[in-house]
Design a protein around this ligand. Structure first.
Ligand code: PPE
Length: 315
């Protein structure tokens, strides 16, 4: 998805012009995928722009960095302040925010521990990741022949640059076959997640989603949806899902910061449910969007205001 330049980017503690946020070609992260990142969205609310679960995303960023022993030169409070400042200087309302922590230049080779660590935060308006029509009518997905790595191969819970090579293979395969997104299995053949989303299905009115042990990135949107589903009175279970379970599900949907809550209407040419956004997906999606827009006081702690008064965190 293309990106239009927007004002400034926060880089290593300074606001720099969009065009000047560059790196050397011998940057370690470019060669070996040694970076960790986040994807966060801000939404307009009646109390002004608010970043959805900013602190939770930045905590995950810290954990991703810790797994790879990438020493963060900034503490959480600095990154929260930098993100809000960036949105203010760029006058952004609805937008996508991409914090990136990467090993810089000065040394190459597989021992990364001496390489200086750099940090950038960029933000730009980004529309529906799987299309507006996808949010409304559902997308067509395929089960990829590429599998997610197991726990002894890569730490799936870390959101690291290099992990996404595997997802790119899956998306290339899916898009070339005419699908909009790839679903990926664990090495054992259980459903893990989408290339850039977590997956939920509805069976007998019960919501099911694969557990962290299936090798997923435990998504913050997934966590929000689990909470919303319980609040709406649904029975929700983390449960292993076999690929065949997808075909007989009443509803399937994906969750992610970029993709938001997106119905799946078809998997490998087989129609899911009635072949359109199902009733439970519709309700959860509507509640999720209302929460992101600050319309539901119960979820106000998730709306971290760019300016002005905060509601105490810890919903
Ligand atoms: N699994 C994967 C593999 C993943 O990349 C994401 C987010 C999720 C699950 C959902 O996580 P969360 O955003 O916390 O609910 N994918 C990010 C990157 C997408 C991209 O193309 O870049 C995102 O949605 O921002």
């Amino acid at each position: 998805m293309s990106i239009e330049p927007v004002g400034r980017i926060w880089m290593d503690g300074e606001m720099v012009d969009w065009e000047d946020a560059n790196v050397h070609v011998l940057t370690h992260g470019l060669h070996y995928g040694s970076s960790v990142f986040e994807g966060i969205r801000a939404y307009g609310t009646v109390r002004g722009p608010a970043v959805f679960r900013l602190t939770d995303h930045l905590r995950r960023l810290e954990r991703s960095a810790a797994v790879y022993m990438i020493e963060m030169p900034y503490v959480l409070r600095d990154l929260v302040a930098a993100t809000k400042e960036l949105l203010r200087v760029n006058g952004l309302n609805d937008c996508y925010i991409r914090p990136l922590v990467f090993r810089g230049s000065g040394s190459l080779g597989l021992n990364p521990l001496e390489v200086p660590v750099r940090v950038a935060i960029a933000a730009w308006p980004w529309g529906a990741y799987l299309g507006e029509a996808g949010l409304e009518n559902g997308i067509r997905a395929t089960v990829s022949s590429w599998r997610r790595p197991g726990p002894s191969m890569l730490p799936a819970g870390a959101k690291a640059g290099g992990h996404y090579l595997n997802c790119q293979l899956a998306v290339i395969e899916a898009v070339r076959a005419g699908y909009q997104e790839a679903l990926m299995l664990s090495p054992e053949g259980l459903v893990a997640e989408g290339a850039g989303e977590n997956v939920f299905l509805v069976r007998d009115g019960v919501l099911l989603t694969p557990p962290p042990s299936a090798g997923i990135l435990p998504g913050i949107t997934r966590d929000s949806v689990l909470r919303i589903a319980v609040d709406l009175g649904y029975d929700v279970r983390e449960s292993h899902v076999a690929p065949g379970d997808l075909f007989t599900a009443e509803e399937v949907f994906l969750t992610g910061t970029a993709a938001e809550v997106c119905p799946v209407r078809e998997v490998d040419g087989r129609v899911i449910g009635k072949g359109k956004r199902g009733p439970i997906t519709t309700r959860i999606q509507a509640t999720f969007f209302a929460a992101t827009r600050g319309e539901l006081p119960r979820y106000w702690p998730w709306n971290e205001l760019v300016g002005g008064r905060e509601v105490a965190a810890g919903v």
